[in-house]
Design a protein around this ligand. Structure first.
Ligand SMILES: Cc1ncc(COP(=O)(O)O)c(C=O)c1O
Length: 388
């Protein structure tokens, strides 16, 4: 049909896996779901009183339009970064309703139609849609795995063309769970500064580190222009609040220009609601209690994964430094998608095939480490038995 724009000409047919999942759910069949990513359905305890109180602030009865968002909320975000070793000015922050919206602001700021942004692979599957909607072309640079993940800088530099405007990193990445190391950040900065490219750093999982030290935020970056994205979906386990932000840092000239242009984009939408913004300081104060529970779950599930893997020799897992997911290495007897489909239909275990995250080959399944411990343990056992 010619009525619609080419950019929305997606193949909207459901894939085999989601069709099978829907059939299973309609039939009321038992399901061991190892893809859970909604923290509000994982049995974590939230301070319900504090959250609901924060949302009924009488100040919300007044409308104070502010393109960057309310100062009290941005101040709380500055403090979040200060605790993570990054100095971010209150005027360098824009509140948005999701990191997806923050991505769209940055894509609109940087790209003419057809311009390119480099994105890491494997990674988060939403980038294709975010890029399509903004008329941006994505080009992939591969991560390589060798006892841990790292950026393939040769591949990254090869992927740069005259139309490249920015490079996306996810720190730590979903689902590989690896952080961008200081030496990698330095190299990335040098590449971007030399070629006039921006860095877009997605740090939604920054706080969920398995090592003893929390890796530093990249928001304090000064060598190249960087847009750091995060929000309450993951930090506080509150995706329903629709609170996120982008922080701008980098060389003064490009930063000033970026801030002025972003202000017009944000002023055009003014998308934040008052109750949510007023609640941000209280909601952010909930993060420590939530993160403690979530990391306890992640550690226990990871220990259970290692225990079950130690009982066999066929499947293994890749190194993970942080985040909510683990990647299983499994024998390649068919495509990951067919494997995930048969695990679902034959055994009632739902996992994501590596293909969803653009792994370069078959033989990878992604499991969520925030599933309930019982479901995780049973699902994994059922899954591993299939390879005996
Ligand atoms: C890497 C990454 N960025 C962003 C998001 C989404 O964040 P938001 O809810 O703020 O759009 C996710 C959600 O899973 C994610 O994995």
């Amino acid at each position: 049909m010619n009525m619609f724009a080419d950019r929305t000409k997606w193949n909207l047919a459901p894939n085999g896996l989601s069709e099978a999942l829907a059939r299973l759910r309609v039939a009321g069949k038992p399901l061991l779901d190892l893809t859970v990513s909604n923290p509000t359905e994982c049995g974590f305890a939230y301070d319900e009183r504090a959250i609901l109180e924060a949302l009924r602030n009488p100040a919300a009865l007044k409308y104070e339009p502010a393109p960057r968002g309310l100062a009290s909320a941005r101040q709380a975000v500055c403090e979040y970064y200060a605790e993570r070793g990054a100095t971010v000015g209150i005027d360098d922050i824009f509140l948005t309703t999701s990191t997806s919206e923050a991505y769209s602001y940055v894509f609109r700021l940087l790209c003419n139609p057809g311009d390119e942004i480099l994105v890491l692979a494997p990674s988060y599957p939403l980038f294709d849609f975010l890029a399509d909607i903004q008329d941006v072309k994505l080009r992939r640079y591969r991560l390589i795995y060798d006892h841990g993940w790292q950026i393939d800088f040769h591949a990254l530099e090869q992927a740069i063309t005259p139309r490249t405007r920015a490079i996306i990193i996810v720190h730590p990445n979903n689902p590989t769970g690896h952080y961008t190391k200081p030496a990698e950040a330095k190299k990335l900065n040098a590449i971007c500064a030399a070629r006039g490219l921006a860095i877009i750093a997605d740090e939604v999982f920054l706080d969920f580190h398995l090592g003893p030290e929390r890796p530093a935020s990249l928001a304090g970056n000064r060598d190249a222009l960087i847009f750091t994205l995060s929000g309450l979906s993951k930090i506080c386990g509150l995706p329903q609040m629709k609170v996120a932000w982008l922080a701008v840092s980098g060389p003064q000239d490009s930063k000033t220009e970026a801030l002025a242009r972003l202000e017009v984009i944000a002023d055009t939408y003014l998308s934040m609601n008052a109750p949510g913004q007023l609640a941000i300081p209280t909601l952010l104060a909930q993060s420590a209690a939530f993160q403690q529970q979530l990391m306890a779950r992640v550690r226990r599930n990871l220990a259970e994964l290692d225990r079950q893997l130690s009982l066999q020799k066929i499947c293994s897992r890749l190194e993970v430094e942080g985040g909510w997911y683990a990647v299983l290495r499994v024998p390649v007897t068919r495509s990951d998608e067919d494997l995930a489909l048969s695990l679902l239909t034959d055994c009632g275990v739902y996992v994501h095939p590596g293909h969803f995250y653009d792994f370069s080959s078959d033989g990878y399944l992604v499991v969520s480490l925030i599933s309930s411990q019982r479901e995780f343990s049973m699902g994994l056992k059922t899954l591993l038995v299939q390879f005996h």
